[in-house]
Design a protein around this ligand. Structure first.
Ligand SMILES: [Zn+2]
Length: 363
């Protein structure tokens, strides 16, 4: 069984208004789930609009991350108040929590992404972290959300940093899926990989303009936010698990194990992981195209103010055995790094990151 997409998708400038009648058909008492103080206004509007439709919605916020502590606390709130749906309105962590909670309680989830930082509004997947933000595991859900509301007016209010992060995460789709699944003899998977290539091209063409000019009548911005929030999700839906992740995400997951005072976004870390994956392909698989891809990506990442080394993520890999910890987690048994079509050892990762961080590698 495969859940490819949300049941109903509303997109565009008035997506929320258009979605309201559909939402009121499936819920009379939803819980609106959020996290960031900066999006309180939007969630207040969502609450007001629902109340005006005689829907008795309530709000709750995550305290930490998409973590078991928050999930069980919100579960209890829903059971106590007999909420009949979750409206997850926020970034990836909020969307992932909302989907996970709704599925475990067998109630519908409505996702309302408030930035273009991720495709979590689309997918049947939740990433679980500790309350300190350390990656634990991916949980495959039975289905994508019931309704996805991709309201451009809401997304316009997000800081441009979220857009850059979403671009880096969506770019990774092509580089990860094409190396892990090129030999998979399944037409649907092959077509998903091709969509991720078109998605990458779109981001290379439109990403910078979308980031610099932002919104209004900017078709680059519209194309880019929809690429990050919708198309990236579609690739995961059609292609399944092996179209999603490889070394870039494996390295992301490992980097989150190091608790640092500066919080970085998912896509910002994945972007660094992506550069490391390409270096790994060059080092272990003699991939001559990897260097060109690195140059192309670096040019865009610099324009988007994205970090391009682990030290720019506020982590010194040469301190506190950080390098060992990252290499151990990257190479653990369950790691996505093993989807690569060549063997990777801890020694490879230590050598890769040492050279990368010392910038002995010409990039
Ligand atoms: Zn990702």
């Amino acid at each position: 069984m495969q859940s490819i997409s949300p049941e109903i998708i509303f997109r565009g400038n008035d997506a929320w208004e258009k979605a309201l009648p559909q939402i009121t058909k499936i819920t009379k008492n939803p819980l609106i789930l959020g996290r960031s103080v900066s999006t309180n206004n939007l969630r207040d509007k969502i609450l007001r609009d629902l109340n005006n439709q005689n829907i008795s919605a309530k709000s709750a916020n995550l305290q930490f991350d998409c973590c078991y502590e928050d999930i069980s606390r919100i579960n209890k709130i829903i059971l106590t108040n007999n909420h009949d749906a979750v409206i997850a309105a926020g970034g990836g962590k909020v969307l992932d929590s909302g989907k996970h909670i709704a599925e475990s309680l067998n109630i519908p989830c409505i996702t309302v992404p408030l930035s273009a930082s991720t495709c979590a509004g689309w997918t049947a997947l939740s990433n679980i972290y500790t309350k300190h933000g350390q990656f634990i595991k991916d949980v495959a859900l039975r289905s994508c959300p019931k309704i996805l509301v991709y309201d451009h007016k809401f997304i316009q209010t997000a800081p441009s940093r979220t857009l850059a992060s979403g671009i880096a995460d969506a770019l990774a789709k092509w580089y990860e899926s094409s190396i892990t699944s090129a030999t998979v003899d399944d037409g649907l998977v092959q077509q998903a990989i091709q969509i991720s290539r078109v998605l990458r091209d779109q981001l290379l063409i439109d990403g910078k303009k979308a980031f610099m000019d932002e919104f209004e009548n900017n078709s680059s911005w519209r194309n880019t936010i929809e690429a990050c929030g919708l198309t990236a999700g579609l690739v995961g839906g059609i292609g399944g698990e092996r179209c999603r992740t490889a070394a870039a995400h494996a390295i992301h997951n490992a980097i989150t194990q190091i608790i640092s005072p500066n919080k970085f976004m998912h896509g910002e870390i994945v972007g660094v992981g992506l550069l490391l994956q390409l270096k790994l392909e060059e080092m272990k698989n003699n991939n001559k195209l990897a260097d060109q891809s690195i140059k192309q990506l670096l040019a865009l990442m610099n324009e988007l103010n994205l970090p391009t080394t682990i030290s720019q993520l506020g982590i010194d890999v040469f301190e506190n055995q950080n390098l060992d910890k990252i290499a151990d987690f990257t190479c653990r048994d369950k790691s996505e790094i093993h989807f690569l079509p060549f063997e990777i050892s801890k020694k490879d990762i230590v050598e890769l990151i040492t050279n990368f961080e010392k910038q002995k590698i010409k990039i």
